[in-house]
Design a protein around this ligand. Sequence first.
Ligand SMILES: O=P(O)(O)OC[C@H]1O[C@](O)(CO)[C@@H](O)[C@@H]1O
Length: 528
Amino acid sequence: MDAKALWQRYQDWLYFHEGLGLYLDISRMRFDDAFVESLQPKFDKAFADMAKLEKGAIANPDENRMVGHYWLRNPDLAPTPELTQEIVQTLEQIEAFAEKVHTGAIHPPKSSRFTDIISIGIGGSALGPQFVAEALAPDFPPLKIHFIDNSDPAGIDRVLSQLQNHLSSTLVLVISKSGGTPEPRNGMIEVKKAYAGQNLEFAKYAIAITGVDSNLDKVAKSENWLARFSMYDWVGGRTSEMSAVGLVPAALQGIDVRAMLDGAKEMDDATRVANLKNNPAALLALAWYFSGNGKGEKDMVVLPYKDSLLLFSRYLQQLVMESLGKEKDLDGKTVYQGIAVYGNKGSTDQHAYVQQLREGVPNFFATLIEVLEDRQGKSIEVDPGVTAGDYLSGFLLGTRQALYENNRDSITVSIPQVNARTVGALIALYERAVGLYASLVNVNAYHQPGVEAGKKAAAVILDLQKRVLEVLQKEQKALSITEVADKAGVADEVEAVYKILRHLHANNRGVVLTGDLAKPGSLTVSLG
Ligand SMILES: O=P(O)(O)OC[C@H]1O[C@](O)(CO)[C@@H](O)[C@@H]1O
């Protein structure tokens, strides 16, 4: 396509949201009009599905749940007045709580102010809060947030050691919708122990954000924790940033949560429009479908050219991959759906993997996120008439063009600044695009059966560990790995038994492996 035709295509497909100042450009995705027409019936269905979902239909049939994250930013849309009231009240409670913490009306037992937060959670109970903190927290927030988002002992130690002199003024948020996920549970137990180690009464520092009557909720209630905020069963983990999960940590950090909700609401209004060309989420879904042939054949590489949006790709990874990555479609047919997402930030990645994007295997489409405002305040010139921000902008435009010239497609999303409204809008834009795309490819975007399988498999390994240790205790002599597996009644699991023993050995857990470590089959194991 020549330059003139491309300029025309750019203008034909450019979406602009006036209120948000947000642009979406899908002109560098090479679909044609016939393709768009062919998808129209699928889009008609997707718009109708979405309208039903917003009205409270059971859109997650497996879990028999409504899907209501849209109501969080427009409570009047909730299907009952009780739900509307609950959403409004929770937001007011969150703001009132944050205000009391900021003024010191709520303070730790031994000092006048809380200074820090440890946020314990994983998946949707961490990724949104982490993305938003990185994007929006002020440079000197009223409370500085630290995350424990794994069951990694060294990671937990790192956070606790950084905070060891401030633990007495550190709030602990334990965030888990189910209230039974092992990683946050482990993190909570370790953090609780650290508080006890400094003679601090954990309950006076702890806040639970969880489903009503979950295990975590029961513990928080019985121990009389400082506060409890409820998660609704109609909000999925990966779409929970605008529920208490995201709003409590954001409000505590001094982030304008109302503006974030407003931005999301405004985007929700725009993406409710049942007209492909006037709906930015539908345009995104169209572009994804085109690129991957409706089968996720191409990966989504997300490149925000702004440091503060670094974690957007990680956030999107869960939102997109956990929602769309499904073996079966809604009719039970095996489809192996999904879109792989990765990314980091520009221009940094131009000195890492963009070489492959430009010249290597063409198995992706790029999403470039542009922020029009370079910084607040004036920039100095790094060359005559040129600022660092001009360079960043040049790198984005150059990469877009270089990719296109080599038949690599890209989408560009442009926002005027990174602020609470635009971040809320970006989250809402992608939530809706995922919902619409799921409908196009006929998968349930709101369950995660694959993750459950992984959780169960991990529980089996821990059970195996118990049985292996029982064998060693009973036998009280050196055994080969095969003998341990046989005696534990798990001959088929000999490799897992070996790996469990190797881990226990490496951590001085009373298990000694003797022999040639390069030949696991020759090792003997005993209790040391
Ligand atoms: O908030 P919870 O219940 O601890 O779950 C954490 C995450 O685990 C998952 O269920 C599976 O990864 C996610 O959907 C969820 O965000």
